[in-house]
Ligand binder design. Structure first.
Ligand code: GDP
Length: 140
């Protein structure tokens, strides 16, 4: 299996409840390694740019407001099959539909405040990692 990197974000609902460590433990137990990490407050412009693909969706404004409502922890995760593995550990977007034992099932507050983001494909992972990190930030 190829060694991959993916972008993960621990969202403001999770930083507010001080559960970043519990979430990182789930990622690590699944075999994912944190190879870059930064805690930061996203600006409105950054959140809009990051979620640009959703700009026509009815929830876009609320999503940008939520993502700028408190600190996030942005991370590069590395591991075999890391993109799909992270999506599996995260669970479905809507926590009421997420499988038992997933991060979103256990921690998410709502479909919007769903605790984590993870890239969904190799090309998005590359672009999303580059959005937040340079090569100098990443140490595998
Ligand atoms: P993801 O890849 O599982 O994060 O899901 P999407 O790319 O479809 O959506 C991006 C983010 O937008 C989700 O993680 C949620 O935070 C938010 N979101 C998605 N669908 C909805 C929705 O129907 N209502 C609201 N309020 N937020 C949503």
């Amino acid at each position: 299996m190829p060694l991959e990197q993916t972008l993960s974000i621990i969202k403001p609902d999770a930083t507010r409840r001080n559960i970043t460590g519990e979430i990182i433990a789930r990622l690590e137990k699944a075999g994912l390694r944190v190879v870059a990490q930064r805690r930061m407050l996203l600006s409105t412009a950054q959140a809009e740019a990051f979620y640009n693909v959703h700009k026509a969706r009815p929830f876009f404004r609320n999503l940008v407001e939520f993502m700028t409502s408190g600190p996030v922890v942005v991370q590069v995760l590395e591991g075999e099959n890391a993109i799909a593995k992270n999506r599996e550990v995260m669970g479905a977007t809507d926590p009421s539909k997420a499988d038992a034992g997933t991060i979103r099932k256990d921690f998410a507050e709502s479909i919007e405040a769903n605790s984590v983001h993870g890239s969904d494909a190799p090309e998005t992972a590359k672009n999303e990692i580059r959005f937040f990190f340079s090569d100098l930030d990443i140490c595998g």
